[in-house]
Design a protein around this ligand. Structure first.
Ligand SMILES: [Zn+2]
Length: 717
């Protein structure tokens, strides 16, 4: 179909469009439903300026239909307007001829086919004319100079917190929502491009915090105030845009790309998490990790995982295409962890078509099995707590090493152990947010307030278990060191005044009797000692403890003649195990999780997995046995349970791109049924077979012959 026919088809279907739009957003709002909930699959086309008149809208419309997209995001404006705009300094694409409306045409055609439409805007840059008329729109660097765009010297970077966003972009989003039947406006790069020292930011921050803007030092006393102020300012902006949009189109919402502070994600009716692909050393479970982190705040609101089809390295080959298996594995791990897939493509004119079949194949499977992918709740009984305040105020400019690497090590140990688990945001440590879990894992959750420590203590009093490592609770919520652990009573230890930041050639002695009998040391029967972690907090026990694991202190690692332990054995415990009713508490004073991430020693992985199992103190909801590395997740839907097995067994598991899948199996999967429930049938949603299932003792066991990239075991209830 040519361009003229596309337009004519759009015109003849206008009546249907009007009917549909009357039904969708406003009807859903009236019914109290979340209008975004019906969208299971998303597509995004971000126009480039020369797309108008050059790209084929019918091709994209067909592709959205073929991939069963329920919703699309299309570029409307911001840097470049793709519709006829009247807002000053909102420059239309130079390729738009008189009468053209590329955004409006494609949006309208998508609406006629029943798709939700989000209009994409990007406010992060303007041209010279805007800067000349409104110098206060422009971001300023620490030397007082207005910031030219780092990638495009024709443009200027805008300040996110001043009139450019609060006034000019508000006009833009109001205009789009007035002119077009959109269900929301999605803003990319809306939160600024780093620290801004403009007059507005100076004055507003001074008024709010009574301080000058912080300099580059991570220890600047104004830094924390500024982080918190900036987030609040962005939340205010979010409200301004949301109100501007819904005032002209009831039910339509502002959807930010990235909330200001993850805990504010709950403010949104729906979000897309922009984590487009792997780069450098990234594990394929990292997309699923972001799903867990956002769901911890969003609850059961719909959440999309925004993935790209291109190579996401710092060189930004935006027109590239990844290998099919790499795109697929990344997206699959997100889906297994509760994301609704959202592919994104920049440029309506394609230079490389290879990704199209990959996404179509994946989306077709997703569409076919949709009822097993509308999850109601995860079955996990273990949750890892994460803490933005620990990253921001304890980790500071070294947050990756001091905070993230602990989380990654713990995460990887849980994946290797095939423990289905969730994550919990540390602003939600009370009531139902934590009581659905038997065990909370605190991987160096260093910065905790007194109130957060009390929440964790009462969680334990209610029967919950804890596993903590290293400096957990040794700092307050602002990152100031405490004299003793905030959790000293729960962990049963006190700080002894010293943290060893590097232990060379140190070991853990595993007690001979405990190796035979204690579940903590299962699988380590033949290991009288294993390597120690690299750092450790020195602590004093506040009561009686068993001693299954004790310290063998560092001894010289050179010259070789001197490499022998000076002390064979000490009584200094390197794990503290407590029981309180049905609660179990494990504390590792070492940075065992972080060292595991750095070294990946299997003994450390086993010790962490055993500690999780011991502390959980109950039968797991799902067990998976067989070879390989799998991300295992488990879910409840309306009339079914599912277990996702994402096969990460691959030579490129820790660094992409994946070239090929390596089938692994057979895998034996056992899933516990809810009390009183019976399995009506079991099917494998990828193999499309009905395996022989055994039901005993309230659990169903099936054997999955082989898993290529993923399998979903679905149990109908
Ligand atoms: Zn500014």
């Amino acid at each position: 179909m040519g361009r003229r026919e596309f337009l004519e088809a759009a015109a003849t279907a206008a009546g249907a469009a009007a009917l549909f739009s009357a039904r969708s957003a406003s009807a859903d709002v009236a019914a109290g439903a979340n209008p975004f909930d019906r969208a299971m699959r998303w597509g995004q086309l971000a126009f480039v300026e020369n797309d108008p008149g050059r790209y084929d809208p019918q091709f994209w419309l067909d592709y959205f239909v073929r991939t069963h997209c329920d919703a699309v995001t299309l570029s409307a404006g911001g840097v470049v307007a793709f519709y006829p705009t009247k807002v000053p300094f909102h420059r239309p694409s130079a390729w738009m001829k008189e009468g053209m409306d590329p955004f409006g045409e494609l949006a309208s055609a998508c609406r006629q086919r029943g798709l939700l439409v989000l209009a994409r805007v990007d406010p992060h840059a303007v041209y010279d004319d805007a800067r000349a008329a409104h110098p206060d729109w422009i971001a300023v660097d620490d030397k007082g100079q207005p910031r030219r765009h780092w990638a495009n010297p024709d443009m200027w970077v805008t300040c996110a917190l001043g009139p450019r966003n609060f006034e000019n972009v508000t006009e833009i989003v109001r205009e789009i929502a007035t002119l077009y039947d959109v269900q929301g406006i999605f803003a990319n790069r809306w939160a600024g491009s780093g620290m801004c020292y403009c007059e507005n930011c100076r004055a507003l921050f001074k008024a709010a915090a009574g301080k000058e803007l912080p300099g580059p030092s991570p220890d600047d006393p104004a830094r924390r105030d500024h982080i918190l102020w900036r987030r609040q300012r962005l939340r205010d902006l979010w409200d301004v845009w949301d109100a501007a949009i819904s005032s002209v189109r009831p039910g339509a919402r502002f959807i930010p790309n990235g909330p200001p502070g993850l805990d504010s994600a709950a403010h949104a009716p729906f979000l897309a998490v922009d984590h487009q692909a792997r780069r450098g050393l990234t594990v394929p479970w990292d997309f699923g990790r972001s799903a867990k982190q956002y769901r911890a705040v969003m609850g059961d609101k719909p959440l999309a995982g925004l993935f790209s089809v291109g190579v996401e390295e710092p060189y930004r080959w935006k027109d590239s295409v990844q290998s099919g298996p790499e795109i697929r594995l990344w997206a699959l791990d997100g889906i297994a962890n509760g994301f609704r897939p959202w592919f994104t493509k920049f440029s309506g004119v394609l230079y490389d078509h290879r990704w199209l079949a990959t996404v179509e194949d994946l989306y077709s499977w997703h569409h076919k099995n949709e009822r097993y992918l509308r999850n109601q709740a995860p079955l996990a009984r273990v949750a890892v707590v994460y803490s933005e305040q620990t990253r921001d105020f304890y980790g500071k400019d070294a947050a990756e090493a001091r905070v993230d690497d602990h989380l990654k090590g713990m995460y990887h140990a849980l994946v290797e152990a095939r423990v289905p688990f969730e994550m919990v945001n540390d602003t939600r440590l009370d009531g139902a947010d934590v009581d659905r879990y038997k065990l909370l894992v605190l991987p160096n959750l260093a910065a905790l307030s007194d109130a957060q420590c009390r929440s964790l203590a009462t969680y334990v009093d209610r029967g919950g278990s804890l596993l903590a490592t290293f400096e957990t609770s040794l700092y307050d919520e602002a990152g100031a060191p405490r004299k003793d652990f905030g959790l000293r009573d729960v962990l049963g230890v006190s700080f002894d005044g010293q943290v060893d930041r590097r232990m060379q050639n140190s070991y853990l002695a595993l007690d001979a009797e405990a190796r035979r009998t204690h579940p903590l040391l299962r699988g380590l029967q033949d290991a009288p000692r294993i390597i120690n972690s690299v750092q450790r907090v020195r602590v004093r026990p506040r009561g009686e403890f068993p001693s299954p694991v004790t310290l063998i202190p560092s001894y010289p690692d050179l010259p070789m003649e001197h490499v022998f332990p000076r002390v064979e054995k000490t009584a200094e415990r390197q794990v503290y195990l407590r029981e309180q009713g049905t609660s179990r508490i494990v504390y590792f004073p070492g940075d065992l999780d972080r060292t595991f991430w750095e070294v990946l020693a299997p003994d450390h992985g086993r010790l962490l997995a055993n500690a999780v199992q011991w502390a959980a103190n109950e039968a797991p909801p799902v067990t998976v046995t067989g070879p390989g590395l799998f991300d295992v997740t488990a879910w409840r839907q309306k009339d079914s349970l599912t277990v996702h097995l994402v096969n990460l067994t691959n030579a490129m598991a820790m660094k992409g791109p994946v070239r090929e899948f390596v089938a692994v199996g057979p895998m034996t999967v056992t899933v516990r049924l809810p009390a009183g429930a019976r399995a009506r049938g079991v099917r494998l949603l990828v193999a499309e077979t009905q395996p022989k299932a055994e039901e005993t003792g309230g659990a169903v066991t099936v054997v999955v012959p082989a898993v290529r990239d993923h399998e979903v075991v679905a149990v109908d209830l």
